[in-house]
Design a protein around this ligand. Structure first.
Ligand code: UDP
Length: 239
């Protein structure tokens, strides 16, 4: 498999075509952004850590029956994925109130939610990725009802799998964001990344943050936190 022309460069990753039209080559970057791009920085080693962490989570999900775009790890910072057309919705699943939910509903950060909360955000930089509901999604023609239901069902299953896996490793899965794409056969496929950039992870004992909130809130030791997450999930070895 060889890397061909670059198709896209996002905030955290570059995507390239390959000799197989159904397979893309993803290269993870060290660049970090927050607050819709207002805060920018570099986290040394982040590309490698997120590439490895995401590969472990996607492999685990595949093993547990949640099909996804991950094909294989290529190098420390690169992986192959199946081509999908990204549906412009971010699906956020929450177990504990934090971030925008704590603010919006006036809940204290750390409040345990009696059941998982599912939210949809419209991926649109100009609008600042607004929270939207089912009828907004229908009115804008972003996805049909059954696609939205499929994303919600898979999201809740991913939550169960990751929560159980992380609990054994003394990590609390506070919340996370998923993205889905449409595969060549029309099916809805889990895609993008699952990493400390897209999840909130708290140490079970100390409640220390092991995720991008260390960057967002200038808490320091960002790289160390990502490294610790990789170690907890068993990926601190060479590929
Ligand atoms: N998230 C993400 N990308 C975004 C917005 C949120 O990956 O563009 C993740 C974030 O890391 C957290 C969850 O989604 O795990 C919920 O984020 P929230 O709505 O609380 O927003 P934030 O506080 O991150 O602005």
């Amino acid at each position: 498999m060889e890397k061909q022309e670059q198709l896209y460069e996002g905030k955290a990753k570059k995507v390239f075509r390959t000799s197989d039209p159904e397979v893309y080559w993803v290269s993870y970057k060290d660049d970090a952004t927050a607050f819709n791009g207002e805060k920018k920085g570099t986290i040394v080693g982040k590309g490698e850590l997120n590439n490895r962490i995401s590969a472990i989570f996607f492999s685990l999900l595949k093993e547990r029956g949640v099909d996804n775009h991950f094909v294989k790890l290529l190098s420390a910072t690169e992986q192959l994925v199946r081509r999908v057309e990204i549906i412009p919705l971010e699906v956020v699943i929450r177990n504990i109130a934090a971030g925008s939910l704590a603010k919006r509903l006036g809940l204290e950060e750390g409040t345990v939610l009696p059941q998982p909360v599912v939210e949809f955000y419209y991926k649109d930089d100009a609008l600042g990725d607004p929270l939207i509901n089912d009828s907004h999604i229908q009115v804008l023609g972003i996805a049909d009802d059954s696609t939205v239901q499929t994303m919600e069902r898979i999201g809740l299953r991913v939550n169960e799998i990751l929560q159980a896996f992380l609990r054994e490793r003394k990590v609390i899965l506070v919340d996370f964001k998923l993205e889905f794409g449409r595969a060549a056969d029309g099916s809805v496929l889990l895609a993008d990344e699952i990493s400390p950039d897209t999840c909130r992870f708290w140490d079970e004992e100390t409640r220390e943050k092991l995720d991008k909130d260390r960057f967002r809130r200038d808490l320091g030791d960002v790289e160390q936190a990502y490294q610790e997450m990789l170690r907890r999930i068993g990926g601190d070895f060479d590929v």
